[in-house]
Ligand binder design. Structure first.
Ligand code: HAM
Length: 419
């Protein structure tokens, strides 16, 4: 049987990897500009963390987690998202004691056993931020502005921000009841999952993609009229901050998000060109999560964005960064006798930080030139017996075919000056 990568996972091959590194460098740059610092947490955690954090009745916890029992009989889960882990780390290391707001960012793989399709994977990568300890709506504005800046800095256009408030537990309770009252008469026509959600998590019905359920929810009340004074003024302040920095957003009163920890602000960034899986980024405030995970009442807000969907968007808009990380120099040899000297020369070039590839075999110069061409190098350095006697190498510039003999001891300076 042929062994292949598991369904829903993918290999990132060298050319693509170079693009990922360039994109990640831009992301890290933006995060640092906004005052966020990197945190790295384990790939797996105790299952209990996600069950408590994300919510027992969410799709993720109900059916998408990669859960296993370790040798000590403990239930572990590959992280399906980053927020719960960051909150756990924040409490475990008492980051609150450092004072101020903890502003953290992360990049890395996440795992969800979803049905794979374009833009949806079982192992995917997120980049995101979490800010803990701040309840000012200014940080909601900061986080949304930061997410948009990542895409702007990469030259992307036509992204839409959808914004809503899901209120606090107090105002959500009355909305929940109103929603159940409005939807229940249509329960028999709604899909099986929504019938279940109607009892366990009625707000999730608003997120259903089935046309029948969407038809039913289109008539249902929206949360805005149920928001309490505090939630209303918080939301207005967030929109004022976004307006102040010229960020366009669309208020979507039916945006609820798929994780249970949200309160007040929620948002998504959409790129329509991606088809069904068009959310490139999602996030919001989660003022109850730290307590849920066992800590003191602490406000929090953050977002996470999909790397694969970002790269797909860059591809669609022809904005992929050009990132050559292949060799710059190919060291060709003429004659077996110079191989060791060529190896020494390659070592000098590599130690000087010049990406160098060397001929391993001793094929004809024509064959070696063909390899150099394929590698896309700028230079071919040719070393034969004659050059060796003169302690020099013949440098051929691939772009125009011009050649110049350069002494060994001037080679690094020569390449640096001409590159
Ligand atoms: P989420 O909406 O589940 O939120 O995921 C955020 C983003 O991750 C999505 O918008 C999408 O771009 C990407 N994503 C999610 N699932 C997949 C998948 N199966 N394949 C490819 N990409 C995917 C969260 O994860 C929250 N932790 C966000 C957050 C942080 N809220 C507050 N802080």
């Amino acid at each position: 049987m042929k062994i292949t990568a598991p369904k829903g996972t993918q290999d990132i091959l060298p050319e693509e990897s170079a693009i990922w590194r360039a994109v990640e460098a831009t992301i890290r740059g933006v995060f640092l500009d906004y005052g966020y610092r990197e945190i790295r947490t384990p790939i797996f955690e105790q299952t209990e963390l996600f069950a408590r954090g994300i919510g027992e009745t969410t799709d993720i916890v109900e059916k998408e987690m990669y859960t296993f029992t370790d040798m000590g009989g403990r239930s572990m889960t590959l992280r399906p998202e980053g927020t719960a882990s960051i909150v756990r780390a924040y409490l475990e290391h008492n980051l609150a004691a450092r004072g101020g707001t903890s502003k953290l960012f992360y990049l890395g793989p996440m795992f969800r056993q979803e049905k794979p399709q374009a833009g949806r994977f079982r192992q995917f990568h997120q980049f995101g931020v979490e800010a803990l300890g701040e309840d000012s709506p200014l940080i909601d504005g900061e986080i949304i502005a930061l997410a948009i800046e990542v895409y702007r800095r990469m030259g992307l256009e036509a992204l839409e921000v959808r914004l809503n408030s899901v209120g606090c537990p107090a105002c959500r309770r009355s909305y929940r009841e109103a929603l159940i009252d409005a939807l229940s008469p249509y329960a028999s026509s709604m899909c099986e999952s929504c019938n279940r959600r109607l009892k366990t998590n009625p707000l999730r019905v608003l997120d259903c993609k089935s046309p029948v359920c969407q038809g039913v929810t289109a008539q249902a009340p929206t949360i805005d009229t149920y928001l309490c004074t505090d939630c209303k003024s918080h939301f207005t302040a967030v929109t004022d901050y976004l307006n102040a920095v010229g960020i366009h957003y669309q208020w979507d009163p039916r945006l609820v998000r798929g994780l249970d920890y949200y309160s007040k602000t929620v948002f998504e960034i959409i790129y329509g060109g991606l088809g069904a899986q068009n959310a490139v980024c999602g996030g919001g405030r989660y003022d109850g999560l730290v307590q849920e995970v066992g800590g003191p009442p602490t406000p929090g807000i953050g977002f996470a964005a999909g790397m694969e969907r970002l790269i797909m968007t860059l591809q669609k808009q022809e904005k992929l960064p050009v990132q050559g990380d292949g060799p710059q120099i190919f060291l060709a040899i003429l004659g077996e006798g110079v191989r060791t000297n060529a190896f020494q020369l390659a070592q000098t070039l590599r130690q000087a930080g010049l990406r160098t590839e060397i001929e391993f075999k001793g094929r004809s110069l024509k064959a070696q030139m063909k390899t150099a061409d394929k590698l896309g190098v700028t230079w071919v350095a040719i070393l034969g017996e004659d050059e060796l006697t003169r302690q020099s190498v013949l440098m051929r510039r691939m772009a125009d075919g011009t050649q110049e003999e350069v002494p060994f001891d001037q080679l690094v300076t020569y390449i640096r000056a001409k590159n």
